[in-house]
Design a protein around this ligand. Sequence first.
Ligand code: PLP
Length: 424
Amino acid sequence: MPPGILRSVMSFDPENYRKDFPILGRVIHGDRPLVYLDNAASTQRPRQVLESIVDTYENHYANVHRGIHQLAQDADDRYEAAREKVRAFLGAAALEEIIFTSGTTGGINLVARCWGDANLREGDEILLTEMEHHSNLVPWQQLAARTGAVLRHIPLTDDGRLQLDALEELLGKKTKIVAFAAVSNVLGTIAPAKEIIRRAHEVGAVALVDGAQSVPHQKTDVAELDCDFLALSGHKMLGPTGIGVLYGKRELLAAMPPFLGGGSMIKEVHLDHFSPGELPGKFEAGTPPIVPAIALGAAIDYLAGVGLEAIQRHERQLTIRAHEVLGRVAGVRIWGPAPERKAGIVSFTMDRIHAHDVAQLLDRQGIAVRAGHHCAMPLHARFGVSATVRASFYFYNTLEEVEKLGEALEQLKDVFRPRKKVAK
Ligand code: PLP
């Protein structure tokens, strides 16, 4: 490892950041310090993001894109400054390519409705993968039902990697869109996004990246990826709930009809017809999530300060340690690829103990994990399990917290150990 990299790995100290997150100081069930390992569901927010919310409401709040008074101008400036922060963060070419949505689900539904309805016909194919979140399955199933398009899926290997050799057979002239998660929210699998996008373009298909689990944790550059669409959720990257982003190439967005109808998305309205407005307003009907968008800008400032490369490296260390620690607990099975091939998401099952019981008993130790199908029922069906326990990390997690998870699982295993019958 070059000395520079070694120094930065050694020097990353989550404690430098934890002090900014008031909630991480919480104590659970009386005396258990919170160990928050449910970041794939939603991350926590630093003071800077919380202060942005209060500051906007206290000092700069008005509706946007309407008023001519000073406060309206303030709110406008901040809302559009947040769009610029997102643009720069994602490496997009133009502000018109950044649409504020309610989240990843909102973004994917927008594309399925507006791009999908306009471009898909009976017999066309939509290519997804077996590891998708329901948000990247159901909108396409609905689109297929509306249009008669056919759904196909890139299969997974038994260790949870995408079988790219299947693309040879799956991609063809009928493929119109390839939509996939850059990182699986269950297995942590990192998809070879650039290659999938290149292969999609080779057959003339467009490519949508579900960036919900990748954008918060690794550097994302939409120009380098050359993706046509990318959706993300603010609440998974230190921002508030209710805000997300859809990136789309300008020419594609410009050709799409609007999604929701209402105020702000129009040029002219008559009693019996309307003409749509310009990008990005065309896709932001009604009063947008003004304060959450501004706070997302604050979250991006914070993330830029920490550094995406440093975040990814630290999470890799946590994941490697989690595999070591969990691998020592008898009866634990980790699902998904080796740590080198995955992001900071470790899903596992335990022999004879249901995932919900594991999560509940961990909670008694103050450890917050997620249990269930994590909105990926087909993925769980692929591996023949109905539920897994998921520990998911962010840059504020520590190696000690990962050790605590291992210790708690050891104890839990003992609680469930079958007792020998004592002869009476
Ligand atoms: N896609 C992936 C991979 C996810 O992990 C999630 C949320 O967990 C979503 C989509 C949906 O995100 P949201 O509920 O914020 O719209």
